[in-house]
Design a protein. Structure first.
Length: 77
């Protein structure tokens, strides 16, 4: 486990512990919960980044979203 991830889990576990009133004997449970939450957040971030990456300024949207033809108004030939 890289140090950055371990630190993030440690901080999250501490936050959970404080929010639950600082109970004794639940450090492992808090660590597992924090680890799961961090993993979920990471996966969600990757999914969002992938979705954003599919549509960018370099994407050729003209093919995917062609312009709608203009309607002719009365008097146009």
């Amino acid at each position: 486990m890289d140090l950055g991830r371990e630190d993030a889990i440690r901080l999250k576990a501490y936050e959970i512990w404080e929010n639950e009133g600082r109970p004794d004997g639940r450090a492992e449970e808090h660590w597992v919960q924090a680890s799961r939450e961090i993993e979920f957040h990471d996966e969600l971030s990757e999914t969002a980044a992938d979705a954003i990456g599919t549509v960018g300024p370099e994407a050729d949207l003209a093919e995917e979203f062609p312009a709608r033809p203009r309607r002719r108004t009365q008097g146009q030939g």
